[in-house]
Design a protein around this ligand. Structure first.
Ligand code: SF4
Ligand code: SF4
Length: 350
């Protein structure tokens, strides 16, 4: 494996290690791309994701699995492909012909196609499709359909198998991989803007929200169940939270962010990628994941104030602390008092 390089590439395939969840948090265990790559071209070196350029074949099969879109094939933009595809009179996507590989899809892409097409869509695997890729696309289709079902919409994705010739496959693959995707509509521009920000919202999430907005008048649901890998929600326990801000600091997308006065924490479900980093870094385990989420707040990027604290001065140490209605003494002094209560009693008795 190579040394720690941020932008690693093999011809068209690019790994932007700065975007990887492991970059800012060495404790992060995300291995989604590593698990998909069956030739072990991706691995961990010094706790960071690394690409072995000797082994990588440019296949792109790991791309859709990455929650942060750290992986890409240059000249093939998935958001661009989808916006182009939905304009066409087609209701099937063929692996290796319409897209270089089904491994580039995440559930967000499938839902976005269904919402924009307003029809059923077939994902066609062929004799060239690897078994791992068939399984992968089926899992993503299941996730997408679970979401559509919750929206009470009738469109579904399904996977079908069809024979195809090697020539067809190669022609399609080459045509697509060398196509410089057109500058398409606001979704693309929004994605580019977001890429410049330090905190990064993956374009597939923006595409999904924009697709939902397009059909928002047809939607008659408010709260829906969260769907793993697609839409998440967070809550913070007021009493347990110490307002340390670690969750907001480490959240890769700024879905959790602090108030301007640092006296509370907001959450925006429309930016959450469900990576679990916040829960991992929260020492008092104050963060939970409710089973439902408000769809309107998700698609219109509305933020909720999860916790807000007034600051009081501690009677013992005289420093400011987040007041929780338990008297004017901070958590640290309270713990200290509890831990050493016996000692104080003994000292008094002397
Ligand atoms: S899937 Fe993405 S976030 Fe996860 S290890 Fe690979 S590059 Fe990092
Ligand atoms: S809120 Fe938590 S789960 Fe959601 S993106 Fe931020 S760190 Fe990840």
């Amino acid at each position: 494996m190579r040394e720690d390089v941020f932008l690693q590439r093999k011809e068209f395939f690019v790994l932007d290690a700065l975007r990887c969840l492991r970059h800012d948090n060495s404790q992060n265990q995300c291995s989604k791309c590593i698990n998909i790559c069956d030739i072990n071209a991706l691995g961990i070196f010094k706790k960071k994701i690394t690409l072995d350029t000797e082994l990588c074949t440019n296949c792109g099969e790991c791309i859709g699995s990455c929650p942060t879109e750290s992986l890409s094939l240059e000249s093939f933009d998935m958001s661009g492909f989808i916006l182009d595809f939905v304009q066409k009179d087609k209701t099937s996507v063929v692996d290796g012909v319409d897209v270089p590989t089904f491994g580039m899809f995440d559930a967000h892409h499938i839902v976005s196609i269904l919402l924009r097409k307003k029809s059923d869509i077939e994902f066609v695997t062929t004799s060239h499709t690897k078994e791992t890729m068939s399984k992968y696309i089926n899992d993503k289709i299941d996730t997408a359909n679970e979401f559509l079902e919750q929206l009470n919409l009738p469109y579904r994705a399904k996977s079908v198998f069809k024979e195809t010739t090697t020539d067809t496959k190669k022609r399609g693959l080459l045509k697509n991989i060398f196509t410089i995707t057109k500058e398409i509509k606001t979704d693309e521009n929004a994605s580019k803007q977001l890429k410049k920000l330090e905190k990064y919202v993956p374009p597939k999430l923006t595409l999904l929200k924009n697709s939902l907005k397009l059909i928002s008048e047809d939607l008659n649901v408010e709260n829906i169940k969260t769907v793993k890998g697609l839409i998440a929600n967070k809550e913070i326990d007021f009493q347990a939270c110490t307002n340390c801000g670690e969750c907001a600091h480490f959240c890769p997308t700024e879905a959790l962010f602090r108030t301007s006065e640092n006296d509370g924490i907001f959450f925006q479900s429309g930016k959450c990628i469900g990576c679990g980093v916040c829960k991992m870094v929260c020492e008092p385990n104050a963060i939970t994941s409710p089973a439902t989420v408000d769809l309107t707040r998700f698609m219109f990027d509305q933020a909720d104030l999860l916790v807000h604290y007034d600051y009081h001065t501690c009677n013992e140490c005289k420093t400011a602390f987040a007041y929780k209605g338990r008297g004017d003494i901070c958590d640290r002094c309270l713990t200290y008092k509890d831990d050493f209560a016996d000692m104080f009693v003994m000292a008094k008795d002397l």
